[in-house]
Design a protein around this ligand. Structure first.
Ligand SMILES: Nc1ncnc2c1ncn2[C@@H]1O[C@H](COP(=O)(O)OP(=O)(O)O)[C@@H](O)[C@H]1O
Ligand SMILES: [Mg+2]
Length: 347
């Protein structure tokens, strides 16, 4: 039997887990596109596994022994991003004290993962398109073309078409990236996969700390009924928290009360007349969500399924960047545990 099909039967594809039909389709597309050099566009809400899918594509490609470099376009300041991506020559701008090799040069032979592509400044999108078309680029402050062999995988947690309509994503770049789009479904649409993933994350923790903790069927049912706006990342963080809090058995109580608070309030709805532009719908839902969260942007961004940076960008567009900064200092949600930062527990 084809080894890839075996992996699919087991409800797992490399490090990606899930039995849901939408995940099976995803595995199929990943397996098909991986060995090619095609540009891939991964679409899906935050935490659905876009970066993991990109790593899997790289791992299954002929480039797997070469670098895989992830770049979050929404996390690098607009002043630095060009030099980060394309590099610069010594003295090309104030502060450029020596030559710097950018991501394209460092990823040579491998894969560059451009996350949150709609957050890339528009003038840089022109330059990115040029590299994708020509296979070469120039460092800032140099007129010399440098050839590069880099496969690009881009990702966005925004629907790209409204981003194009709003002028955030260039249409020509979108077409170039959209050679092979792959949609990753939100966790809430994966049914039994929620329980499967929860058990898997718990087993990982048990293996790491040599513990035999178990989860009750009620707790699993409770997890399955949640909407998970932060998707697999949020589920993983909650399992870690519950694991830390519970002695031997993880019951509903160990899932935590603040978890409930983060669910959108029932009955808070927004009526939008048909004929409203998508940009206006975006605006209204952003404001309504901020109201729901008492202006706490971190929480609003989690519910909206966008990064905090993206939320700030929107507010800036609406001329409201300052309006809510104070509420942020009252933000009471502890930062989620990163998967790599589980505290060392006594065995
Ligand atoms: N199908 C999956 N199986 C196992 N782990 C997953 C799966 N999808 C996501 N994860 C894990 O969830 C976390 C978030 O995934 P990530 O790829 O960073 O999401 P995104 O890039 O869409 O925000 C990571 O720790 C990742 O390993
Ligand atoms: Mg990501």
């Amino acid at each position: 039997m084809n080894p890839i099909l075996e992996l699919q039967d087991a409800g797992r594809f490399g490090r990606m887990l899930g039995m849901a039909p939408a995940m099976q389709k995803l595995y199929h597309h990943v397996a098909r596109v991986a060995p090619t050099d095609a540009t891939v566009l991964l679409l899906g809400e935050s935490g659905t596994g876009k970066e993991l899918a990109a790593q899997t594509i790289h791992a299954l490609s002929l480039r797997h022994n070469q670098p895989f470099l992830p770049v979050n376009c929404g996390a690098i300041s607009p002043q630095l991003i060009e030099s980060e991506i394309f590099g610069h020559e010594k003295g090309s701008f104030t502060g450029a004290e020596r030559q710097h090799k950018g991501y394209f040069e460092r990823a040579n032979g491998g894969t560059l993962f451009l996350d949150e592509i709609t957050e890339m400044p528009i003038d840089l999108q022109v330059k990115l398109l040029r590299v994708l078309e020509s296979g070469s680029f120039m460092r800032i402050g140099s007129a010399q073309e440098i050839a590069c062999d880099v496969r690009v995988i881009a990702a966005s947690n925004r629907d790209p078409e409204p981003a194009v309509a709003e002028g955030k994503l260039r249409l020509d770049l979108y077409h170039r990236l959209n050679v092979f789009p792959i949609f990753i479904p939100p966790l809430r649409e994966r049914g039994e996969d929620i329980a499967l993933l929860a058990q898997h994350f718990l087993e990982e923790l048990n293996a790491a700390y040599g513990t035999p903790k178990v989860m009750t069927p009620e707790a699993l049912a409770c997890l399955t009924s949640r909407s998970w706006p932060g998707n697999v990342r949020e589920l993983r963080n909650h399992i870690q928290r519950a694991y830390i809090l519970a002695d031997q058995t993880i019951g509903v109580a160990a899932l935590g009360a603040d978890f409930e608070e983060r669910e959108p309030a029932k009955g808070a709805t927004l009526a939008v007349p048909v004929g409203t532009s998508l940009a206006e719908v975006d605006r209204q839902i952003i404001f309504a969500t901020l109201d729901l969260c008492d202006g706490v942007k971190k929480r609003a961004a989690a519910i909206l399924g966008i990064s905090l940076k993206t939320l700030y960008n929107r507010l800036e567009e609406y001329g409201l960047a300052e309006r809510l900064t104070e509420a942020d200092s009252e933000d009471s949600i502890p930062p989620p545990l990163d998967e790599k930062e589980v505290p060392n527990l006594p065995a």
